[in-house]
Ligand binder design. Structure first.
Ligand code: CTP
Ligand code: CA
Length: 230
């Protein structure tokens, strides 16, 4: 079979990405996180590398998180930085922002952080306890505020009113593009969302374009997203 050479339409791009979940510690041995595994981020990074980009990849790590596997020959163009908390993610991403031409925010950032994690292990007791949560750093918001000409693609996972919420976020966050996708409700397994190999959704642009992407493997969805914005 003929080998189709890759289209190097991102050869002059340096993409700053955020991916994976963030976590917030409760005490020395416990933490809170979400179901993100970083698979959609990995697919976006791999496709960008295939198209010739340099990728600064800020990854929230947790058990089972997926790291991008650079296509052969692109290994030197992937720069991986591993973090855990939203605050660490913001700091690491802000450091990489000045060199970036565009930002792709796939990370599932914890919206709240534990106010005062305990340095020692909390002991079991019989009474109920309450955990104080405070808003986390808005990673994408901090990057937008510090931007100097970069374009921005955000991701939104929604259980309800996907397009309406997506359009609201595109506007409120001042993004150029937003990929909104459906995630299944609690207890209802489905083909889109967390820890599954497939995805589907709507790519919205600030110019008002709207592209529905049908259910497909995450690498295929990533290819279509880059086709539309590269
Ligand atoms: N995001 C971020 N930092 C946060 C929250 C979100 O960088 N603290 C980014 C995500 O990586 C994503 C986009 O913002 O690209 C939208 O995330 P989402 O959680 O859907 O937006 P929120 O404004 O937090 O809305 P929601 O209340 O639905 O969680
Ligand atoms: Ca959120």
């Amino acid at each position: 079979a003929a080998v189709v050479p890759p289209v190097l339409d991102l050869q002059d791009a340096r993409i700053l990405m955020t991916a994976g979940p963030t976590t917030t510690a409760i005490d020395a041995v416990r933490y809170i996180t979400n179901h993100s595994t970083g698979r959609m981020g990995a697919a976006m990074a791999e496709e960008a590398l295939r198209r010739g980009a340099v990728v600064d990849y800020v990854l929230g790590v947790d058990k089972g998180v997926v790291r991008p596997v650079p296509p052969r020959g692109s290994e030197h163009r992937l720069h991986l930085v591993e973090v855990r908390t939203a605050e660490e993610m913001a700091a690491a991403a802000l450091e990489k922002l000045p060199q970036a031409t565009g930002v792709v925010a796939t990370a599932a950032v914890m919206d709240y952080s534990v106010a005062s994690p305990s340095a020692s292990k909390l002991k079991r007791a019989t009474d109920a306890i309450a955990l104080d949560l405070v808003p986390s750093t808005d990673v994408l918001g901090s990057l937008k505020q510090a931007a100097n000409g970069q374009w921005f693609l955000g991701f939104a996972a929604e259980t309800d009113n996907v397009e309406e919420h997506g359009a609201g976020k595109l506007k409120a966050k001042g993004l150029d593009y937003l990929f909104a996708n459906q995630v299944s409700k609690l207890g209802a397994p489905g083909p889109t969302g967390f820890a599954v190999g497939t995805n589907a959704g709507i790519l919205l642009s600030a110019k008002g374009d709207r592209h529905e992407l049908a259910l497909g493997a995450k690498p295929e969805i990533a290819r279509q997203i880059w086709d539309l914005i590269a």
